[in-house]
Design a protein around this ligand. Structure first.
Ligand code: ARG
Length: 403
C-alpha cells in the first residue's frame, strides 16, 4: 500500500500545486482537507472538486464555523487575548482547529504524514507541526514550500505544465489569511514599515474617517459568553458576524503593527478584526464590573501568557489547558449588559448593567447617605504607608538620596 499524506488545502494556487508536488516528491497519495472557519471564500464543494481535479485521491471539506466560534474564538474572548496588547490572534487560533481536522482525516484514511503550505519564516509552520505532534505524536509533518523548494515561480510553472484547473494569473500583492475572527494582511509594499496601508488593504472595515451616524449596541453576556445583541439571542458565531458587520461599517478594528514572530523576525502586519475587538472591549468592561480586584489583576497577567502560548503554537499544551480552566472560572459571574456607541473607528462603552455586579452605588457615591465609613480610611492609609515611611527614615539616616 502506498504512503498517504493529508494536506491542509485552501483551494489557492500554492496548495493546489502542492497536491501534485507532494505526490511527485514522495510517491505518496494525497488527501486534501479544507476547513471553513468563516473565511467567506469560495463554495466548499467547488474547492473539494478542485482538489480532486488537481490529483488528490480524496478531498474532504468541513464547515467548522460554529466549532471555530465556540471552541476557539470564545476562549480567546474569555481571555481578552491580544498578543503584544493588540493582535487578537486571528490566524493563531484557526491553526489548531485546522490541525484537529487534519489529524482526524489522517486517522480515517490511514495517513502517516500531515502537510501544509507554510514557508519556513512564519509562525504558522510552528502551529501546524507542534499542534499535529501534540494531538498525534506518531504523525510527522511535511512542508513542500519550506522543505522541497516549491517556490511561487516553480509552483506556477508546475501548474502550467500539469494543466491544473487553477487561475495562475490572479496575482494578489498581499499574503492574506482571514476567518470570522478577523483578517491578516502582509507582504507587498507593507514590508516597508514607513508605507501607510492604502484603502485596498482592507476588506472587513470601512474607512473610519468617513463619518456616519453613530450606532448604539447593547451586548448581553452570560458567564463571559455573548448571548444576545440588542436583546435578540445570538450564537457565538452570530455575535461575531453581527459585530463584524456593525463595527466594520464604523471603521472599527484596524490594526497596523510590527510584531515579534516566534522565529525571531519582526514583521509588519495589518489586521482588521471589528467583531473581535468590539466584543473584547465589551467583555473587558463587564469584567471590570463583575470580577473582584485581585482576581482581575492576576487575570490580566494570565491573559498575556495565554496569548503568548497561543501565538507560539502551544494551543494544545498543559499550561494553555490549565489557563483555560482558570479563565472559565474567572468568567463564571461575568454576566450582564454592556452598551456601546460604535462611531468613527472607535467602540466606546457608555453603560453597564449586571445582576452579578460588584459595583456598590452606596459605597461609591459622593452624595449624602453613603455607607462607606470615611473615618476608617485614616488608619488604613497610615498603616498602608508605614513601610514607605520606615524606608525613608532609614535612607535619611544612611544618607541615601531619594530620586
Ligand atoms: N502574523 C500573524 C500570525 O502569525 C498572521 C499570519 C497570517 N498569515 C498570512 N499569510 N497573512 O498569527
Amino acid at each position: 500500500m502506498k504512503e498517504r499524506i493529508v494536506l491542509a488545502y485552501s483551494g489557492g494556487l500554492d496548495t493546489s500545486v502542492a497536491i501534485g508536488w507532494i505526490g511527485k516528491e514522495t510517491g505518496a497519495e494525497v488527501i486534501a482537507v479544507a476547513v471553513d472557519v468563516g473565511q467567506n471564500g469560495e463554495d466548499l464543494e467547488v474547492i473539494r472538486k478542485r482538489a480532486l481535479a488537481c490529483g488528490a485521491i480524496e478531498a474532504e471539506v468541513a464547515d467548522a464555523r460554529h466549532e471555530f466560534a465556540n471552541e476557539y474564538c470564545l476562549p480567546a474572548l474569555k481571555a481578552n487575548a491580544l498578543y503584544m496588547d493588540r493582535y487578537p490572534l486571528v490566524s493563531a487560533i484557526s491553526r489548531p482547529l485546522i490541525v484537529k481536522h487534519l489529524v482526524a482525516a489522517a486517522r480515517k484514511h490511514g495517513a502517516s504524514r500531515v502537510a501544509h503550505g507554510c514557508t519556513g519564516k512564519g509562525n504558522d509552520q510552528v502551529r501546524f507541526e507542534v499542534g499535529t505532534g501534540a494531538l498525534a505524536p506518531d504523525l510527522t509533518s511535511y512542508a513542500p514550500v519550506r522543505d522541497s523548494g516549491m517556490t511561487r515561480d516553480r509552483a506556477i510553472a508546475f501548474a502550467e505544465k500539469a494543466g491544473l484547473p487553477i487561475d495562475i494569473t490572479k496575482k494578489n500583492p498581499f499574503s492574506i489569511d482571514q476567518n470570522v475572527w478577523g483578517r491578516a494582511v502582509e507582504t507587498g509594499f507593507l514590508e516597508d514599515i514607513w508605507n501607510a496601508p492604502t484603502e485596498n488593504v482592507y476588506a472587513y472595515t470601512q474607512d473610519p474617517s468617513i463619518v456616519r451616524d453613530p450606532d448604539e449596541v447593547v451586548i448581553t453576556f452570560k458567564s463571559g459568553i455573548p448571548i444576545a445583541i440588542d436583546g435578540k439571542p445570538v450564537t457565538m458565531l452570530e455575535a461575531i458576524q453581527q459585530m463584524n458587520q456593525r463595527a466594520g461599517a464604523q471603521g472599527i478594528g484596524r490594526i497596523d503593527m510590527v510584531e515579534d514572530r516566534l522565529v525571531g523576525i519582526k514583521s509588519r502586519e495589518v489586521y482588521e478584526a471589528p467583531g473581535a475587538l468590539t466584543l473584547i472591549t465589551a467583555h473587558q468592561e463587564l469584567e471590570n464590573v463583575c470580577v473582584e480586584r485581585e482576581l482581575a489583576r492576576f487575570k490580566r497577567q494570565a491573559e498575556q501568557r495565554w496569548g503568548e502560548l497561543v501565538y507560539d503554537g502551544l494551543w494544545f499544551s498543559p499550561l494553555k489547558s490549565a489557563l483555560d480552566t482558570f479563565m472559565n472560572e474567572a468568567n463564571e459571574l461575568v454576566s450582564g449588559e454592556i452598551r456601546m456607541t460604535l462611531h468613527a473607528g472607535r467602540a466606546i462603552v457608555t453603560g453597564r448593567r449586571s445582576e452579578t455586579s460588584l459595583y456598590d452605588f452606596d459605597l461609591a457615591t459622593y452624595d449624602e447617605g453613603d455607607t462607606y465609613d470615611q473615618s476608617l480610611a485614616k488608619g488604613f492609609v497610615d498603616i498602608w504607608g508605614m513601610p514607605s515611611r520606615i524606608a525613608a527614615a532609614r535612607d535619611l539616616r544612611v544618607g541615601k538620596s531619594m530620586k
